[in-house]
Each structure stands twice: as structure tokens, then as C-alpha cells.
Design a protein around this ligand. Structure first.
Ligand code: GAR
Length: 208
């Protein structure tokens, strides 16, 4: 049940959805009292995240850029869907599509993203998924981690909300590092940041 003192949250996904699962589990455990997971949007019809949403009883909508052809039509469809579900806040949880400035400017301080590195390292255009961990290992950094930040018109460039570091051991592979960063950092800070932002949205409503 959504109560009037909860922000309605849409989670955008593209793949496995382990971060979505962390949000679902956190909500179940009472760790996101200010928000309600109300919608999942996937740009990939094959995403396992869609099964996770179904199992948790969260409605989901597939919006495919391939079918809609242009970025404009893709974002317009997303916007219409968010209006239909009366969404207050968006969480990008492994969403592998860049949103344009004209979309992000509609939701100032209402879109957050989880990125698998300590921003400003290994971020921006071209740095996503396993590529981020490959780049960190190639560079030879000894500490990496995850960041949750607000989303604005600059890819991975919005204000940082939370970060958590993870140490890199010898013989790490991109795959092992990805798992470690998810487990030790992403799944911990994403639910926390979601609650922080949802609480801020509720507080701003009370002021109005
Ligand atoms: C996560 O590691 C997330 O941080 C990353 O993709 C993975 C999605 O996993 N996102 C990015 O690289 C965005 N720049 P999930 O579908 O299991 O949550």
C-alpha cells in the first residue's frame, strides 16, 4: 500500500536487476519508509529484473528504444508512463541508456543513479558494467567502490549522495571485482540513498 506520506519510486533497469532486488529487500525490511517502489521500467524485454519485479508484485513496463526509433519518442513514452503512475522519484539501477538533458531537466534532484566506481574515476560516457571494473584493474588502483549520485545532463556528473570504497586484492578479475563492488558497496548505498532522497522529496512537499 502507498501512503500519502511516501514518495512513489520508479526503478529503471536493463539487466539482471540485483540492485532492484536490494531495493525490494530493503523496502521489505523497512529501510525505505519514505518511499514506495511503484513501477519498474525496462528498456530490455529480456531483463531478468522484470521477473524480480513480478515476484515482488511491482508493475513493470517495457519501453524499447529500438521500437520507438528516436531518443525523443523513447523519452516521451517514459515521461507519459511516469505521469500515468504518478511517480515522484526515479532510481537508475543498471539502466544502460543515457537520458538526454531535456529529460533529466524535467526531474531536478529526483533522479539518482548507482555507478560501480568512486566517481570521478572510471565514469562518464563508455564506462558502464564490466568495462568500469576492467578499467580500474588496468589502471592498477588499489581501492575502488560505488557511488550514488543525482542525475543531470552530464553522464555520471551530478552531485554525489553516497560513496563506499572496496579494496582490490591481487588476482582480482573484472568479474570478481564486479561481484565484490555490488555486494560490499552498491547494494548497501543504493537503498540508503533512495531513502535519503525520498525523505527530502516528502519534506519539500510539507514546505509547499
Ligand atoms: C551495476 O553494477 C550497476 O552499478 C552498473 O550496472 C550493473 C547493473 O547490475 N551500472 C552502470 O554501469 C551504469 N553506468 P544489476 O542489473 O544487477 O543491478
Amino acid at each position: 500500500m502507498v501512503t500519502s506520506n511516501q514518495a512513489k519510486i520508479a526503478v529503471f533497469v536493463s539487466g539482471g536487476g540485483t540492485n532492484l532486488q536490494a531495493l525490494i529487500d530493503a523496502e521489505k525490511n523497512g529501510a525505505i519508509p519514505s518511499g514506495k517502489l511503484s513501477l519498474v521500467i525496462s528498456n530490455n524485454p529480456e531483463a531478468y529484473a522484470l521477473t524480480r519485479a513480478e515476484l515482488a508484485g511491482i508493475p513493470s513496463v517495457i519501453i524499447s528504444k529500438k521500437e520507438l526509433l528516436t531518443q525523443e519518442a523513447f523519452e516521451e513514452k517514459i515521461h507519459q508512463t511516469l505521469v500515468e503512475y504518478e511517480i515522484d522519484m526515479i532510481v537508475l539501477a543498471g539502466f544502460m541508456s543515457i537520458l538526454s538533458a531535456s529529460f533529466t531537466s524535467k526531474y531536478p534532484k529526483r533522479i539518482i543513479n548507482v555507478h560501480p566506481s568512486l566517481i570521478p574515476s572510471f565514469c562518464g560516457k563508455g564506462f558502464y558494467g564490466l568495462r568500469v571494473h576492467k578499467a580500474a584493474l588496468e589502471y592498477g588502483v588499489k581501492v575502488t567502490g560505488a557511488t550514488v549520485h543525482y542525475v543531470n545532463e552530464i553522464p555520471d556528473g551530478g552531485e554525489i549522495i553516497l560513496q563506499k570504497s572496496v579494496s582490490i586484492k591481487r588476482n582480482e578479475t573484472p568479474e570478481s571485482l564486479q561481484q565484490k563492488v555490488m555486494r560490499q558497496a552498491e547494494w548497501v548505498i543504493l537503498p540508503k540513498a533512495t531513502e535519503i532522497v525520498a525523505a527530502k522529496i516528502l519534506a519539500s512537499r510539507k514546505v509547499k
